[in-house]
Ligand binder design. Structure first.
Ligand code: ATP
Length: 238
């Protein structure tokens, strides 16, 4: 269990002239759940988007299970076993739930296994099985989040990145989504979760990182971070 699924070292990310991440170093071990918290604009989405190859790094190194993915585009990073559930879900509203899910299985190995994976996703989210033929845009926000998570799982990732999975959901739906994340992690997938709902994310995470103004402010075991003065001040408002 000592292998690092993700190693980010000295990561810098820029948007034009503006630098959003500075010298960020973070790691995720096999089977670990890591959460990234921080105030608005701290760089949390930028970090997961850089890891997923959606936004390029301008300095530093990203490696996935030992392979250097720093300069790779999103579909190539996906081939190394990284899947993202983006902020705002980004499902295809005019396609059926089934078609949205199948889109996630576009890698050759994932395509080969798609029936088995789909059964796992339907087992995790029975509501998606019931609504497989329905247009995804007609589902509730919570169900759409399930589609987004299910689509990412269809790629059979070793590392799942979730950007604000609870955003805009009713509390009971947040419970469902977090139960699913815990099941995914228990199944051996390493998880990085970026959250505004800091208490919720810290409760399921093994370790946590606090970002502030594009830098890692502090990191450590999740239970320990909840007690840290920086976290209490900057994101828990205590
Ligand atoms: P939030 O919780 O509000 O989503 P965040 O911690 O995810 O915040 P990011 O969205 O990563 O933060 O933003 C980090 C910084 O980068 C902010 O200063 C933001 O304004 C800037 N930024 C983000 N996206 C872009 C973009 N496409 N172009 C220019 N600047 C951007």
């Amino acid at each position: 269990m000592s292998e690092q699924v993700l190693e980010v070292t000295g990561l810098d990310v820029r948007y034009g002239d503006a630098q959003a991440l500075w010298d960020v170093t973070l790691s995720v071990g096999t089977g670990e759940t890591v959460c990234v918290v921080g105030p608005n604009g701290a760089g949390k989405s930028t970090l997961v988007n850089a890891v997923a190859g959606i936004h390029p790094a301008s300095g530093g190194r990203i490696s996935v299970a030992g392979a250097d993915t720093t300069a790779l585009a999103g579909h190539r990073v996906c081939a190394h076993g990284v899947a993202i559930v983006p902020e705002g879900r980004r499902i295809f509203p005019r396609m059926t739930v089934f078609d949205n899910l199948i889109l996630g299985a576009y890698r050759r190995e994932a395509r080969r296994e798609h029936r088995t994976t789909l059964a796992t996703v339907y087992d995790m989210f029975p509501r998606l099985a019931e609504r497989a033929g329905q247009l995804a845009g007609s589902l509730s926000g919570g169900e759409q989040q399930m589609v987004a998570i299910g689509r990412a799982l269809m790629a059979r990732p070793r590392l799942l990145l979730l950007d604000e999975p609870s955003l805009g959901l009713a509390p009971v739906r947040v419970d469902e989504v977090y139960e699913a994340i815990e099941r995914i992690a228990a199944g051996g997938v390493s998880v990085v979760v970026v959250e505004q709902d800091v208490e919720r994310a810290l409760a399921i995470a093994d370790r946590a990182y606090l970002l502030g103004e594009g830098r890692v402010v502090t990191s450590g075991p999740a239970a320990q971070l909840r007690q840290s003065p920086e976290v209490r001040r900057s994101v828990l408002g205590l």
